[in-house]
Design a protein around this ligand. Structure first.
Ligand SMILES: Cc1cc2nc3c(=O)[nH]c(=O)nc-3n(C[C@H](O)[C@H](O)[C@H](O)COP(=O)(O)OP(=O)(O)OC[C@H]3O[C@@H](n4cnc5c(N)ncnc54)[C@H](O)[C@@H]3O)c2cc1C
Length: 415
């Protein structure tokens, strides 16, 4: 039976959810306070991954804490005051750093990412934007043999989950990626991972498909949410309020706040990240996204230029940006790849939405019929959005989801 459904949040997660529900015959309104796909989903590294299954709460994190706390890593920066204020969340995050939890998270993410990549490929073909899709894998490059050896746990997890990868030494790397300078001793190529050369254009293409098939996109800020006898009431600033049968909260880093309006206390944090584009130099360009593991950044060939993306900044979601990490990343990236000048004066900043156990929450709200959660996709939201959308759609239709959704249920937390 066709239902009237409102999706709160038009990032890649909300947009994919809108598309999947529409394809299942529902009448869908996508609400975002800005143009869809212009927050975190705008500026990511464009990797469509089926291999990013090792979450940050890994057993090795505890050993590297002293280095992180001394501020000696470019991968992770933090505001000490913010960490102290959110100490409970941080300690809970660290409590998940066990081998068994890491392996379980890896299995769950692998299933969701594989499902998602297939659906991305199908929708990309349907939208006629194959030019955005890049095959050729996702590369991890190591400046020292020690850092490659320290990566062994990730490769073991990949092996356990059937992830395909190849390992290259220095001279092989020069053949496969001649655009990298010879500072890397080893590389791991996740052969089946894909990418897009413009994540915002991908979201735009999906939104266009949704609208062409009769979907509604509303630009308005959701300011209230309540359930009455006849269904849901969604309060809007900038448009008339809505009264749908179902509501999906897919508002990325803002989701817990919205779920809080109806009484849920979800342990959602955010990992801020930055990017800056540089003009390509005249020499060989990269064939794929490359993650410099020691440097803690990625170099990605994009339509807008060579995109350098930073690692994690742990600070308040709404604190003013601190560009030191991305500036340092750009300087380090120049060691590894020849590039010309910076294209923008001001770097972009986004907020990865991260649950305390690094797994998204996808499924029904436990105490309200017709309320659904779809958020917390951390570093891989672009990759996992289609699978999350298919799963929620199946659940709304009362069908069995295509994969086991138990690891993603909201009730794993006391909320
Ligand atoms: C530097 C960086 C690199 C990354 N690289 C990758 C990568 O290569 N591959 C990958 O898979 N992932 C990557 N990610 C992660 C990925 O970008 C995120 O997981 C994903 O974008 C999250 O999507 P989302 O739709 O949940 O959130 P968002 O894109 O942030 O969307 C949330 C939307 O909700 C809207 N909203 C919020 N509150 C309201 C309200 N009250 N009313 C109306 N609208 C509201 C916002 O306007 C926004 O548009 C990266 C992230 C960063 C920061």
């Amino acid at each position: 039976m066709s239902r009237r459904i409102v999706i709160v949040g038009g990032g890649i997660v909300g947009v994919c959810n809108a598309l999947a529900l529409q394809r299942a015959g529902h009448s869908v309104t996508l609400v975002d306070r800005t143009t869809p796909g212009r927050e975190t989903s705008y500026g990511n590294a464009g990797v469509l991954s089926e291999s990013s299954i090792g979450v940050l709460n890994n057993p090795g994190l505890l050993a590297s804490l002293p280095k992180l706390l001394m501020g000696r890593s470019n991968s992770v920066r933090f505001s000490p005051l913010f960490v102290i204020r959110r100490l409970g969340w941080m300690l809970k995050f660290l409590s998940y750093c066990t081998t068994s939890r890491w392996q379980a998270a890896g299995r769950a993410l692998r299933a969701l990412q594989t499902l998602s990549l297939d659906q991305h490929k199908a929708w990309i073909a349907e939208a006629g934007v194959d030019d955005l899709l890049r095959y050729g894998g996702w590369m991890k490059a190591f400046r020292t043999t020690e850092s490659f050896e320290a990566y062994a746990g990730e490769l073991a997890l990949a092996d356990e989950n059937g992830v395909v990868y190849s390992v290259f030494d220095e001279s092989q790397l020069r053949q496969i990626e001649p655009g990298l300078k010879p500072i890397y001793k080893k590389a791991v190529l996740y052969d089946e991972t894909c990418g897009v050369s413009n994540p915002a254009a991908l979201t735009d293409a999906y939104v266009a498909m949704f609208v062409e098939s009769g979907g509604t996109v509303l630009q308005a800020s959701v300011s209230g949410l309540s359930q009455g006898e006849s269904g849901w009431h969604v309060g809007l600033d900038g448009a008339d309020d809505l009264s749908p049968d179902d509501v999906v909260i897919a508002a990325g880093a803002w989701s817990a706040e919205i779920a809080g309006w109806v009484g849920y206390d979800l342990p959602l944090g955010w990992e801020r990240g930055y990017h800056l584009h540089l003009e390509p130099a005249d020499g060989p360009q990269l064939n794929r996204a490359v993650h410099d593991v020691d440097g803690g950044f990625a170099i990605v060939p994009m339509q807008q230029g060579v995109r350098i993306t930073s690692g994690v900044e742990i600070a308040h979601r709404d604190a003013p940006p601190d560009y030191s990490q991305i500036r340092r990343s750009v300087a380090l990236a120049r060691d590894g790849h020849e590039m010309k000048g910076e294209i923008e004066d001001t770097p972009w900043m986004g907020r990865r939405p991260t649950m305390v156990d690094s797994l998204p929450v996808i499924g029904p709200a436990p105490r309200h019929d017709g309320l659904w959660f779809n958020f917390g996709h951390q570093h891989v939201g672009l990759s996992m959005a289609p699978g999350s959308a298919l799963a929620i759609t199946a659940m709304i239709d009362g069908a069995a989801p295509p994969i086991d959704m138990d690891p993603f249920r909201a009730t794993r937390f006391s909320i």
